[in-house]
Design a protein around this ligand. Structure first.
Ligand code: NAP
Length: 522
């Protein structure tokens, strides 16, 4: 049942004066529950509880925390149908997507549990050569984490999403600032987390969920001295505002913000000669997937002027015009889509490629693609901007050199893609591929950028402004590294060392001992 209240640790609370409702964009009407925005006192209490919980939670064993994460996944599954129903109601996202994102969310909780059970994630290093001090290093959590739910992934990047799962795995309590578009989904997910925490004996305060429909709750959280790191997915504007706020604190803290990306796709000539029609169909699907509301949406496609590029453009336009538009996450996001698209379309020097021209229902996103020459693109940075929704720009470059120049002008991106049908061509375009690689967190060969695998090797990050820190990922198992810091023990008695660093290696984990990776004891 949805109460509309905040979870301050295990307690439900509704002391705030501000109330709000969520919105069903498909039916174009408000949903029925009333939500209570967290008051400043409730924010403070949630952080205070998190800070106290940290003292106990950081000493839980890997296997105890793994049981907690597994219990969250099971509690979510036990209420799966209700969760998916409210997810669809609040986001307008279709059934298939609710099933896929739900499975991804429980799957990543269990993947972090497996990582903990294996144990080597703490990166134990022991240096004790003859005649030198004995130094042993490992990663430890540094305290309560504030997680901002993302509008476009109510399950996988929100309340029990990748930021929360990785922070809890690291040994850090989490205070979630729920996204106002899916506060009901957030509350039901929170119920599952609290249930799992109680069942597995986790301290009260290991998790809290705060409702809000304005920016104050997030600001109070980021400024609170006992919050030690922040995870965020959303707009450039909000991500940079939060980063500045965190940097201005007496004790600055890291903000791991995933912001915008246009995800450039370089279609090398061979790919369009050999498989242009196939790529046109796949890319029309990728541009409109999730109504373009993916951070990996292909917003920029680059090629070299040729009849096959023209043929690809024509095909892409036709495919696009025939795809039925879908509803966007909210009237606000649909409005922002139209505003930012109009900003690009008010520029001079582009050609229409294709769009859906029929009637559309309220809150639906009308897909559209345009093309510009390389010269126009280089001169006018308005064509570089992310338009969050089903919109893309194709850049027709004069030659390889201009294509390279365009890539070198781009800002940091989450992904870059190369389409190619001829291995030799990859050598000819090595400079172009190097320029693309230098700009992105993930480089993809012959595919579409939409679709992010949750696995140990994934980098879902990239140079600024794609994220605030290119060293880290927000998807995959290494996402845990955002919430830990290294500590070195020098000449410390064996019995007082954490198990990961003890001579006998009681956890049986892989360690680097004097330069050699081994599971042996010392
Ligand atoms: P957003 O505006 O960035 O907001 C995300 C969260 O941050 C919300 O909970 C919001 O609070 C909060 N927030 C915003 N500005 C803040 C500030 N100055 N200080 C503290 N907190 C702040 O993103 P959104 O609501 O998801 O959608 C708006 C736009 O974000 C989209 O149109 C799109 O351009 C972009 N977006 C990008 C991605 C991506 O993957 N890169 C994903 C989602 C959205 P309130 O809503 O409560 O005010």
């Amino acid at each position: 049942m949805i109460t509309g209240k905040n979870y301050i640790g295990e307690e439900l609370s509704d002391n705030g004066d501000i109330k709000f409702r969520t919105f069903n964009p498909r039916e174009n009407k408000e949903t029925s529950p009333t939500f209570f925005e967290a008051s400043k006192e409730e924010v403070n209490l949630a952080v205070e509880k998190a800070s106290q919980a940290f003292e106990l939670y950081k000493n839980k064993t890997n296997s105890e925390v793994a049981k907690f994460l597994e219990a969250i996944a099971s509690a979510l599954e036990a209420n799966g149908e209700a969760l998916k129903a409210i997810y669809r109601e609040e986001s307008g996202l279709p059934e298939g997507r609710s099933n896929g994102e739900f499975a991804r969310t429980t799957g990543q909780l269990r993947a972090f549990a497996e990582m903990l059970k294996e144990g080597s994630w703490v990166e134990a290093i022991i240096s004790n050569p003859e005649g030198k001090p004995d130094i042993r290093r490992m990663q430890v959590p540094y305290g309560p984490v504030a997680v901002f739910g993302a509008s476009n992934f109510p399950f996988a990047f929100s309340t029990a999403g990748g930021d929360t799962a990785s922070a809890l795995a690291s040994g850090s309590p989490v205070v979630v600032k729920s996204h106002p578009l899916h506060a009901g989904t957030g509350e039901l997910v929170s119920q599952a987390i609290i249930q799992a925490a109680k069942k597995t004996g986790m301290p009260d305060g290991v998790f809290s969920n705060l409702n809000s429909k304005g920016i104050e709750v997030g600001e109070w959280l980021v400024k609170h001295p006992k919050i030690k790191a922040v995870g965020f997915t959303g707009s450039y504007k909000a991500g940079t505002a939060l980063s500045k706020l965190a940097a201005a604190r007496p004790e600055p803290i890291p903000v791991f913000a995933e912001m915008g990306s246009v995800n450039p796709v370089v279609a090398l000539p061979s790919s369009l000669e050999e498989k242009g029609e196939e790529w046109a169909e796949q890319y029309a699907g990728s541009i409109t997937a999730g109504c373009g509301q993916f951070c990996t949406n292909p917003g920029l496609i680059l090629g070299i002027e040729s009849p096959s590029l023209d043929h690809f453009i024509e095909n892409l336009g036709e495919n696009l015009a025939n795809i039925a538009p879908d509803v966007m996450l909210s009237p606000g996001i649909q409005g922002q889509y139209e505003t930012s698209k109009s900003g690009v379309l008010s520029q001079e020097g582009y050609n229409p490629v294709g769009k859906y021209v029929g009637e559309i229902q309220p809150n639906f996103g009308r897909q559209e693609v345009i093309s510009v020459t390389g010269e126009t693109f280089l001169e006018n940075t308005n064509f570089h901007k992310e338009v969050f929704g089903p919109f893309s720009v194709i850049v027709k470059c004069k030659n390889k050199e201009q294509l390279n120049e365009v890539l070198q002008q781009l800002e940091g991106q989450l992904t870059g893609t190369v389409l190619n049908s001829d291995q030799k061509e990859l050598q000819d375009y090595k400079g172009v591929i190097d320029s693309l690689t230098a700009t992105v967190g993930r480089i993809i060969y012959n595919s579409v950028p939409t679709g992010v695998e949750v696995c140990a090797a994934m980098t879902h990050g990239g140079p600024f402004p794609a994220t605030s820190n290119a060293k880290f990922t927000s998807v995959g198992l290494t996402a845990v590294q955002r919430w830990v810091r290294p500590i070195s023990y020098q000449d410390w008695p064996d019995e007082l060392l954490p198990d990961a660093l003890k001579d006998k290696n009681p956890l049986g984990i892989l360690r680097n001992i004097n330069g050699k990776y081994t599971t042996d004891s010392l």
